[in-house]
Design a protein around this ligand. Structure first.
Ligand code: ADE
Length: 229
């Protein structure tokens, strides 16, 4: 049986998945609760990591080393940078970058750590399957670079500078950490987000208002993708 890891950062991001997939066992490990579900000849390991790159890296690593997941799918919400992205739009991260890494004092590009990667690419096979599933559902899914950092972006200036620096179309706080873990353990991954805000001065109000509905949009799509893996 295939074992698939599905992560969110917040409880609100995985609750809709648990509602869709039904009966589960709970396993407490490393400060997380992992929900194990047997679903249509697959084992799903579902967890929310808590916010931020360190928490996301712990959860992704545990999923790989302890639960032996063969791929990781992230489902959650993001702040839109591109003017194309509106609240509720679904987004597939083609590549991820850590926008808050800065060792430029030593001549390195912003976001780059020696022996690491500037951009981490999502698995091509999972992305193309996701695009097929979206088109079969009549859903439009936007694709592009997503920038992750341990900051909730709520300012036009910061958002514009991330857009300019990395050509990112959205920001969030975990994707690049999951990507970095998966790259190092050679585990395929893909990151889906639905837009909750526009990373501007109104972001916190919009986030609170749309977290639940946008998280549900992403989770519903991910459940359809899981049916096809
Ligand atoms: N996740 C959702 N909206 C966000 C924002 N504006 N900044 C960082 N992470 C987010």
């Amino acid at each position: 049986m295939k074992t698939i890891g599905i992560m969110g950062a917040m409880n609100e991001e995985i609750t809709p998945l648990l509602e869709i997939f039904g009966n589960f066992d709970r396993i407490e490990l490393g400060g997380n609760t992992f929900y194990k579900v047997e679903y249509s000849e697959k084992i799903l390991i579902i967890a929310y990591s808590k916010i931020g790159k360190v928490h996301a890296a712990i959860t992704a690593t545990t999923m790989i080393l302890h639960f032996g997941v063969e791929c990781i799918i992230f489902s959650g919400v993001a702040g839109g940078i591109s003017s194309d992205l509106k609240v509720g739009d679904l987004l597939l991260a083609t590549r991820l970058v850590q926008h808050d890494v800065d060792i430029t004092a030593f001549g390195h590009a912003k976001g780059f750590i020696p022996e690491g990667q500037l951009f981490y690419d999502s698995d091509v096979g999972l992305c193309s399957l996701a695009c097929d599933v979206a088109s079969e559902m009549g859903l439009s899914i936007k694709k592009g670079i997503v920038a992750s950092g341990d900051q909730f972006i709520a300012s036009k200036e910061v958002k514009d500078s991330i857009a300019h620096e990395f050509k990112a179309i959205a920001v969030e706080m975990e994707g690049a950490a999951v990507a970095c873990v998966c790259y190092n353990f050679k585990v395929p991954f893909c990151i889906f987000r639905s837009i909750s805000d526009s990373a501007d001065g109104e972001a916190s109000v919009s986030f609170d208002k749309f977290l639940e509905s946008s998280a549900k949009t992403s989770a519903q799509f991910v459940s359809k993708l899981v049916d096809r893996i």
